[in-house]
Design a protein around this ligand. Structure first.
Ligand code: KIV
Length: 433
């Protein structure tokens, strides 16, 4: 199909902290194991975290944020295990994922995060402090000058431990004063930060606001060309994916996201939505940053469905049926008009194939296909019957279809193949009477 041609994958550029050799390449930073695990009730065991980390690496994510090591001894152990094992394994296209640990901007947290990740081939420490007026005044009780000093000292401290891949996040950047962001971000670059992650912590920004924020940071932060800009968008207004893409449009080349969009409150940008948007539209849409604007990632989308299922099972966070890409209904077609179109040409109502994200069409368990329910038309019913071996003439099909409509009207969830067969047998019995 046309969509499958877009998945011809370009090679992943070599990993260099703070630089991307190809300006069209977008790094995918997955925080399912950190921000995702912060979903209420989503606690994971160390073994489950290890399995998810392996799956994320197989999927092709560039950076795995494995947890928040200072949070508990279990968290520390889980991050360390992932760093020591997955952080030294060579995956599909010969790459080894970066393993990252989160820390607040203080020496104790940073040391713990570094101790947890340093066994990886590519270890990263991610440190953060809030920069919005409301967070600085009421949560931290610090002046802006004090916050800049804490941030700079945190980055310098991480560097002094031997860490050369340091991500800094100004928490609640989406509600921070741009001038203050220019100042603190310029200062942390000078101190040694290599990735600047811009969180819309409360999901407050509109896509155009967030895109403009990234653009203005790239233009006004001193040393901006020496670092990679990143997005971290929460989903409080349902805009996390749109905001992340607006960031990419304006030059962000790392996007933070989670499988199934899980995370604090309304969740995070969903990896599958961000990645499939870039896979389908990245080839001509993203001209606001460096490079040609033909953006690509190294994600192999055929692993999306198995990864989504594993995360859902281990966290107990079930996706809503209409969740984009991975919801049970994402490739289901019920109305007669849609089913008729699908039978003639699948691209009439599908912009990507289920197979391209690892969902097999025709597998009864897969959730991909035509649902025969009260909105279905004669063509869909006739086609399914022919697939089941019943080639009815037009009068018989009309009679079965009439009966089908009566039953489907009362049946939530549609009719199964056995139900259709029963209708055919019934109709044959009646016509012999
Ligand atoms: O939402 C947020 O601001 C965060 C940061 C720590 C990146 O999770």
């Amino acid at each position: 199909s046309a969509s499958d041609e877009l998945f011809v994958r370009k090679p992943r550029p070599p990993y260099i902290p703070g630089q991307i050799p190809d300006p069209d390449y977008v790094r995918i930073f997955d925080t399912t194991l950190r921000d995702g695990e912060q979903s209420p009730g989503a606690t994971l065991t160390s073994q489950e975290k290890l399995e998810i980390a392996r799956m994320l690496a197989k999927l092709g994510v560039d950076i795995i944020e494995a947890g928040f090591p200072i949070a508990s001894p279990d968290d520390f152990a889980a991050v360390k295990q992932i760093a020591d094992i997955v952080g030294n394994e060579v995956f599909d296209d010969g790459y080894v994922p970066v393993i990252c640990g989160l820390s607040r901007a203080n020496p104790k947290d940073i040391e713990r995060a570094w101790d947890a990740v340093k066994g990886a081939k590519f270890p990263r420490v991610h440190t953060f402090i809030a920069t919005s007026p409301i967070h600085m005044e009421t949560k931290l009780n610090k002046t802006p000058d004090e916050v800049v000093e804490i941030a700079v000292n945190a980055v310098k401290f991480a560097k002094s431990l031997g860490c050369n891949d340091i991500e800094f996040s100004p928490e609640d950047a989406g509600r921070s004063e741009p001038e203050f962001l220019y100042r603190i971000l310029s200062a942390v670059i000078e101190a040694g930060a290599t990735t600047l992650n811009i969180p819309d912590t409360t999901g407050w920004n509109m896509p155009w606001e967030f895109g403009n924020l990234i653009k203005s940071l790239r233009e006004n932060v001193k040393g901006a060309d020496k670092v990679v800009f990143s997005t971290h968008c929460q989903n409080d207004l349902g805009l996390a994916t749109a905001n992340s893409l607006a960031g990419a449009l304006n030059g962000a080349r790392q996007l933070e996201c989670t499988i199934n969009g899980i995370g604090e409150r309304a969740g995070n940008a969903s990896l599958e939505e961000v990645v499939m948007s870039l896979a389908l539209k990245g080839n001509d849409m993203f001209k606001g940053g460096p490079g040609t604007g033909k953006l690509y990632t190294a994600i192999n989308p055929v692993h999306i469905t198995p990864t989504s299922k594993m995360v859902s099972e281990y966290t107990g966070m079930v996706c809503q049926p209409h969740k984009a890409i991975v919801g049970a209904n994402a490739f289901q077609h019920e109305s007669g008009i849609h089913q008729d179109g699908m039978i003639k040409n699948k691209s009439t109502y599908e912009i990507m194939t289920p197979e391209s994200i690892g969902l097999m069409r025709g597998d009864a368990q897969s959730g991909a296909g035509i649902v025969l329910g009260k909105h279905s038309g004669r063509n869909a019913v006739g086609t399914r019957l022919r697939e089941l071996g019943y080639d009815l003439d037009i009068d018989k099909l009309n009679a079965v279809f009439e009966r089908f409509k009566q039953v489907a009207e009362k049946r939530k969830g549609g009719l199964e193949d056995e139900d259709l067969e029963a209708l055919v047998i019934d109709q044959a019995g009646m016509s012999n009477m």
